[in-house]
Design a protein around this ligand. Structure first.
Ligand code: ZN
Length: 155
C-alpha cells in the first residue's frame, strides 16, 4: 500500500526507469539505423583516392562520341583498348570500397559498361555507326549510374 510518505520515492524510481529507457532507445536506434548506411572517414579517404580515377575516364568518354560521329573506326578501337582499357579495373577498385548494397549495384553497372564497350568495339569493326552510337550511350548511362553510387564527399 502507498502512503504519502512513500510516493515521492516511487516517483523517483519511475523517472529513473524512464530515463534509462529513453537513453537506450536513442542509443540503440542510432546504432541500428545510421551505422550501416554511413561511410567511415577512412572509407571516404580511400574513395577519394580511387573515385577520381573513374571520373577522369568519364571526362574523356565523349572523345568516343567524336570518333563515332567521324566514323573514325580505328581510333574507337584504340581508345577502348588504350585509355579505356583501365576502366574496368578502376571501377572494380571503387566498387569494392562502397557499402554492401551500393557495391552490389556498382558491380552490376561495371559489368554492363564492359559489355557495352565490347559491343561498341565490335560495331567499330563492322563499321556500324548506329550500333556504335547506341552502345556508346548505354555505356555512358551505366557509367553515370555507377558514379552516382559514390558518396558525394569522395567525388
Ligand atoms: Zn547497360
Amino acid at each position: 500500500m502507498f502512503n504519502k510518505m512513500q510516493w515521492p520515492r516511487w516517483r523517483s524510481v519511475i523517472s529513473l526507469f524512464l530515463a534509462v529507457m529513453a537513453t537506450c532507445l536513442v542509443g540503440c536506434g542510432r546504432a541500428n539505423v545510421a551505422q550501416p548506411t554511413t561511410y567511415s572517414a577512412e572509407q571516404i579517404a580511400q574513395l577519394e583516392i580511387f573515385a577520381p580515377r573513374v571520373t577522369e575516364l568519364r571526362d574523356r568518354f565523349p572523345e568516343l562520341e567524336d570518333y563515332i560521329q567521324k566514323k573514325d573506326w580505328v581510333d574507337i578501337s584504340s581508345f577502348i583498348h588504350g585509355p579505356m582499357g583501365e576502366l574496368r579495373v578502376r571501377l572494380e577498385r571503387v566498387a569494392a570500397r562502397l557499402l554492401p548494397q551500393a557495391a552490389e549495384q556498382a558491380k552490376y553497372y561495371a559489368e554492363e559498361i564492359g559489355t557495352h564497350l565490347e559491343k561498341l568495339d565490335a560495331a567499330a569493326t563492322d563499321y556500324n555507326q548506329i550500333v556504335a552510337g547506341k552502345e556508346y550511350r548505354e555505356a555512358l548511362d551505366d557509367l553515370d549510374a555507377f558514379i552516382a553510387l559514390i558518396p558525394d564527399e569522395a567525388v
